[in-house]
Ligand binder design. Structure first.
Ligand code: NDP
Length: 459
């Protein structure tokens, strides 16, 4: 029996998020016969309840500062600016519907067959699809599990009243008082968003300081700037319980404080979204980090079943899932050996206000490896000379003392993500501080500080 007789598809993908769609399209472009199953929305977390709507809401929140900043430049607003949550929410939903359509057309034009169904894996080459129409068995030479992550909320009295990051985008009414639990990306981003949109905002984090794993100075600087913008930060505490009260919630913290709020967002991490997939019965189990172990070919314990993105070890970021999808297709359908992904120089941005942009090693990580030089500056951006805003910007370079190589670059300030994308190319290429110094600045910008940092701040 040939493969064509034995299998319906060369590749069957479960989950049409960033990684799944990219793998399906590129494998199809290589001539593979590809099917994909999705039972929720096309584009996955990023498009529907992650990066895209979050960035749109972040833009919305930034207008608050822009209205405040405008007066110093001569602009008079007719009255105090008012915000309408329903307009933002509905416009966001419209944009996501447009993107869902684009994803559908991308799959169709690539020749990928899309199944609107829930899938489970029953053996190394068989997937069962379930939907209202019934059940269908599909045989595939390779099965790619690309179901991503799902928000997780810890169990505590009243935890059922907390919402997760899937639900926060579509709140029926705008929360005048908003509380976020957590100290990761999602917590600081949503604290900034709701604070900017006008909510009285509380952030509760169980540790000393949020954004664990980021450069310490970046964390401290972000803390101070977020506090300056009005977010009420509560560290070294946690939620003990939530009780409903007249349409609002009383939140009791473990340090005894109580807060009355209109919505509680638990941004306490995400877990692999594998419930009901049947991986267990094939002997594919999660490791102690809650991830599916794969080899460098993205093969699980069952070699014909592949996994990528948030399901496997590594940063839970859309561009990583996309890069992994391209690698997977290179390996399995182009039969080439791509250079392994360089996980050490993955740039990332946190869209809190002000934004954080970072690439490479933190000062603390670099110090553990050897002698370093740190070049840093913090300043009030030119725009704020007239705006009157006290917002400050931090920029720093962490340099290996012996080789002069720039090991890490960090920024907290306006458009840090945009700026860091360019700097990341230099850090990824292993350029030296001398290369930065020889680069002519673009004047007047904030970004030029990255090439004009002349004196060592500390060693
Ligand atoms: P993170 O894992 O980044 O953060 C989870 C936070 O919740 C941590 O601060 C953690 O504390 C805290 N936490 C965990 N368990 C508990 C508990 N039982 N009680 C109280 N607090 C708890 O997850 P997020 O949900 O913020 O985001 C998930 C991932 O999505 C991120 O890691 C990131 O990779 C990705 N993402 C990327 C974005 C971007 O690129 N801009 C934006 C949003 C998400 P502790 O630090 O003490 O463990």
């Amino acid at each position: 029996m040939t493969d064509a007789e034995r299998y319906d598809y060369d590749l069957f993908v479960i989950g049409a998020g960033s990684g799944g769609v990219r793998a399906a399209r590129t494998a199809a472009a290589e001539g593979a016969k590809v099917g994909i199953a999705e039972d929720r929305y096309l584009g996955g977390t990023c498009v529907n309840v992650g990066c895209v709507p979050k960035k749109l809401y972040s833009y919305a929140a930034h207008f608050h500062d822009s209205f405040d900043d405008a007066a110093g430049f001569g602009w008079q607003l007719p009255g105090p600016a008012t915000f309408d949550w329903a307009t933002l929410r509905e416009n966001k939903t419209g944009e996501i519907k447009r993107l869902n359509g684009i994803y559908q057309r991308l799959l169709e034009s690539a020749g990928v067959t899309l199944y609107n169904a829930r899938a489970s894996v029953v053996d190394a080459h068989t997937v069962v699809l379930h939907n209202d129409a019934g059940e269908q068995q599909i045989h595939a030479k390779k099965i790619l599990v690309a179901t991503g992550g799902w928000p997780w909320i810890p169990d505590f009295p009243g935890s059922e009243y907390a919402i997760d990051s899937n639900r926060v985008f579509d709140l029926e009414t705008f929360p005048e008082r908003f509380l976020v639990l957590g100290g990761g990306y999602i917590a600081v981003e949503f604290a900034s968003i709701f604070n900017g949109l006008g909510s009285e905002t509380e952030l509760i984090y169980r540790g000393e300081l949020f954004l664990r794993g980021f450069d310490q100075e970046v964390r401290e600087f972000t803390r101070d700037e977020m506090a300056r913008k009005g977010v009420n930060l509560h560290f070294n505490t946690n939620i003990a319980q939530i009780e409903p009260s007249n349409g609002a919630y009383w939140v009791t913290l473990t340090d005894g404080k109580t807060l009355e709020v209109d919505a509680v967002l638990a941004a306490t991490g995400r877990h692999a979204n594998i419930e009901g997939l049947g991986l267990d019965t094939l002997g594919i189990r999660l490791d102690e980090q809650g991830k599916i172990p794969v080899n460098e070919r993205f093969e699980t314990a069952v070699p014909s079943v592949l996994a990528l993105g948030d399901l496997i070890a590594g940063p839970e970021l859309t561009p990583i899932a996309l890069a992994e999808a391209m690698q997977l297709v290179d390996i399995h359908f182009k039969h080439t050996t791509p250079a392994p992904l360089d996980y050490a120089t993955i740039p990332t941005a946190v869209f809190c206000h002000p934004n954080i942009g970072t690439v490479g090693l933190s000062e603390e990580q670099a110090r553990e490896r050897g002698d370093i030089r740190v070049y840093r500056t913090d300043f009030r951006a030119m725009k704020h000379t007239l705006s009157g805003s006290q917002e400050r910007t931090l920029m720093k370079l962490v340099v290996d003392d012996a080789t002069d190589v720039v090991l890490g670059a960090h920024m907290v300030g306006d458009e840090a993500g945009e700026i860091m994308q360019g700097i990341a190319i230099a850090v990824r290429a292993g350029l030296t501080k001398t290369d930065f110094d020889r680069t002519v600045g673009i004047h007047p910008t904030g970004a030029e500080e990255f090439v004009t940092l002349r004196s060592v701040s500390r060693r």
